[in-house]
Design a protein around this ligand. Structure first.
Ligand code: HEM
Length: 407
């Protein structure tokens, strides 16, 4: 199939729900392939990794948005994401990232383990209470969503009572991360972005009056010490990105990962017996069904990757999900094998934008899976889980399970 047709297939509802066969159609054209004038798709592990680290590439800038998304300045969703570190190039990127990075050092993350264990235990108690009589419960509602929201809210200092507010707003906003979005979806994303911005405007005002020991207060302080360190727009945009990136993705790691474990009972039993295997399991789950399937970059200078010349001004779709299943990097890539050596999935990206929360996401999953398997040995699928029709952030809309008898 022609790369442009394969791309159209990838963006169809069935391609978004199951992109893996389409990745192989694209891979047949080489690890980097042209899919239109100055538009390329990369599916090779080595190539995606190298492009993400190559300083001749950056994230989408305002000029390109003007070209492809006329009117984007009127969209609160696009405007918000474009002012955050996720979509900013150096030197603004490094300045913003440094301000938030202090909250994500390995020591700060390790110190959150007890919070994660306690929240996971409480959620499992809730699942047991609701599923006591054999009634199915929705793992997404009862665990995969509330755990990461609770953890990121604790870090940002968002009051416990407000944690239920964000799921819909974030789900709407992240529509703008899809490679293509309809006007109706954009309107929804704008609504979600406005709600989130209004919410954080109030939280910022509260922390300005009374600072506490949380990341929001630290960023408010960075803003107040002169504006040059963090403008008001950047402050709000980064708070929104930290909240949304902090849970949408991890929620999907928990959902995608649980389904894989329940489909592989032998491997799940080994993890139940040996929770110390969790780091390898989580990295293989990230590789096997990545919660983030793609990102994109713009080239500022000409370069050559995967044997293909990429002129300055090229636009690249980087398929993390395809790179994670590159047979040159992973023998039998379609097999779930937590014993693979040197897994290093590209699910958290690479280079300057490498996920700031990778350590936190890994911690949550490394705690959650063994704890779920140990406390709920009879946990089982109760029907077909339903995928969201999303390519970039891959996950389930619903995931019905029965909890079985507690251990
Ligand atoms: C960036 C994936 C969890 C915060 C990224 C990127 C990826 C990613 C692929 C890079 C995007 C790009 O290069 O264009 C994931 C996955 C997660 C996860 C798969 C869970 C399984 C988290 C968590 C946080 C977080 C828990 C916590 C706040 C961020 C931030 C960035 C980022 C702030 C932007 C970093 C920058 O631009 O310098 N993430 N993420 N992520 N992630 Fe995560």
């Amino acid at each position: 199939m022609d790369p442009a047709d394969a791309l159209a297939e990838l963006l169809s509802p069935s391609g978004r729900v199951n992109p893996y066969p389409v990745y192989e159609l694209l891979r047949a054209h080489g690890p980097v392939t042209s899919a239109g004038p100055v538009f390329f798709v990369a599916t090779g592990y080595e190539e995606v990794d190298a492009i993400l680290r190559d300083p001749r590439f950056g994230v989408l800038d305002d000029a390109l948005r003007d070209q492809f998304l006329p009117g984007w300045r009127e969209s609160p969703a696009v405007l918000s994401i474009s002012r955050s570190m996720l979509r900013t190039n150096p030197p603004d990127h490094s300045r913003m990232r440094r301000l938030a990075a202090g909250a994500f050092t390995p020591r700060r993350i390790a110190a959150m383990r007890d919070v994660v264990v306690a929240q996971a235990d409480e959620l499992i108690d809730g699942m047991l209470a609701r599923g006591r009589d054999g009634d199915p419960v929705d793992f997404m509602d009862d665990f995969a969503y509330p755990l990461p929201v609770g953890v990121i809210c604790a870090l940002l200092g968002v009051p416990t009572a407000d944690r239920g507010l964000f799921r819909r707003w974030a789900g709407e906003l992240t529509g703008v991360l899809e490679p293509e979005i309809s006007p109706a979806e954009l309107a929804m994303a704008d609504r979600g972005a406005t709600e989130l911005r209004d919410y954080f405007t109030e939280l910022v005002a509260a922390r300005r009056r009374t600072p506490t020991d949380d990341l929001t207060s630290a960023l408010v302080q960075a803003h107040e010490t002169g504006g040059a360190r963090l403008s008001g727009d950047e402050l709000l945009a980064n708070l929104v990105v930290l909240l949304v990136a902090g849970f949408e993705t991890t929620t999907n790691l928990l959902g995608n990962g649980l389904v894989v474990l329940l489909q592989h009972p032998r491997e799940a039993a080994a993890l139940r017996e040996h929770p110390e295997f969790a780091p390898g399991y989580v990295d293989e789950l990230l590789r096997y069904d990545s919660p983030v399937q793609l990102t994109s970059r713009l080239s500022t200078e000409s370069s050559r990757h995967g044997g293909v010349d990429l002129p300055a001004g090229s636009w690249l779709m980087l398929s993390l999900g395809a790179a994670n299943r590159d047979p040159r990097r992973y023998p039998e890539p379609e097999r779930f094998d937590p014993w693979r050596p040197q897994i290093h999935p590209l699910s958290f990206g690479a280079g300057p934008h490498y996920c700031l929360g990778a350590g936190l996401a890994r911690l949550e999953a490394q705690v959650a899976f063994p704890q779920l398997l140990r406390r709920l040995p009879g946990l089982a699928l109760a029907g077909e889980p339903e995928r969201r029709v999303r390519l970039t952030l891959r996950g389930y809309a619903t995931l019905p399970v029965t909890v079985g008898d507690p251990a």
